[in-house]
Design a protein around this ligand. Sequence first.
Ligand code: ADP
Ligand code: ADP
Ligand code: ZN
Length: 229
Amino acid sequence: MGLLQHDQVLLLLGAPGAGKGTQARFLAETLGVPHVASGDLLREHRERGTALGRAAQGYMDRGDLVPDDLVLDVIADRLDQPDATRGALLDGFPRTVAQAQALDARLDQRGGGVRMAVYIDVPTEALVDRLAGRWLCRGCQTSYHTEFNPPAVANACDVCGGELYQRPDDKREVVANRVAVYLSDTLPVIDRYASQGILHCVDGNRSIDAVQESLLEVVADPEPEAIAV
Ligand code: ADP
Ligand code: ADP
Ligand code: ZN
């Protein structure tokens, strides 16, 4: 699908547990662009034990945002890879207005921009259950849910056969902080794209398939709706 042009990006926005990762994998494949998830990239740095990974880990374990300059380095490096010049689907970034401004500046320099922002809207009450039952693949980061999206074979990834694990920051206490941080720091980012007229809103409180269908409609017909968040 030819929605994105050179150095254009599509953003998937939403609370922790809204279903960004689940939907992004499929959507990126449909659009033929890489799926760039800031959380996945930060966890990779931690696993490799890089200086950036070590600097980020305390923030991540508490459910606080990693400082903007660190996240911006990670995203800029990823967008500099050759596969991302035709565009990318960003998941979990930007999460602050400063990150959104830095992203605009970087894309602008290259003659690109944010093509569209899609907000997956899920009520706060649903998030804790989603995250408490989330299991991720160590190999390819695909997410499953014990109740809502179980793997075909227990504890193995459907895609790559990898082992599944639970994220330590999906514990109830940490989730409460992540949701609070989302409401204070990331909702203003969503407002920002709404006022730019490039925000689309999708009801994320439905089955994975129903949400996927709505996302496909949005990217197939990218005229923004006039909505307020
Ligand atoms: P989820 O998809 O469940 O919302 P992520 O994997 O996107 O979680 O993020 C995990 C953690 O990584 C966050 O709680 C935060 O500490 C850090 N992180 C990820 N993306 C960003 C970002 N854009 N800005 C700051 N911190 C981030
Ligand atoms: P995010 O990347 O936004 O933090 P995920 O895609 O990892 O969220 O989804 C969070 C959890 O909720 C996962 O366990 C996933 O399997 C599950 N999930 C995703 N979409 C839905 C949905 N539409 N209905 C029920 N559960 C869902
Ligand atoms: Zn896997």
